[in-house]
Design a protein around this ligand. Sequence first.
Ligand SMILES: [Cu+2]
Length: 98
Amino acid sequence: MKIWLLTILPLILIVSSASYARTVEVEVYGMTCAFCVDNLTRQFNKMESVSKVDVSLKLKKIHLETDEELPTIETINQAIIDAGFTPVKVTILPDEKE
Ligand SMILES: [Cu+2]
């Protein structure tokens, strides 16, 4: 009985975290080089609710993968301002996993 629980529990955790994951797209003004990308990546890596950061210099966009707890738009905007850039638009993308 206990062994059965130990096997099923991690599976439940994986499924539930996947269904709550969200992607947030942020348009940023002022990115010009690889240092800007690095700066912004580090800024968002500090956030506990962000599991993955993908900064595109070409598109001037940041993709954030978040846990069930979504960072607020204010928090995202502030992080960009703190890194020295201007937030343009924050979009919460619909779940593409289904
Ligand atoms: Cu730069």
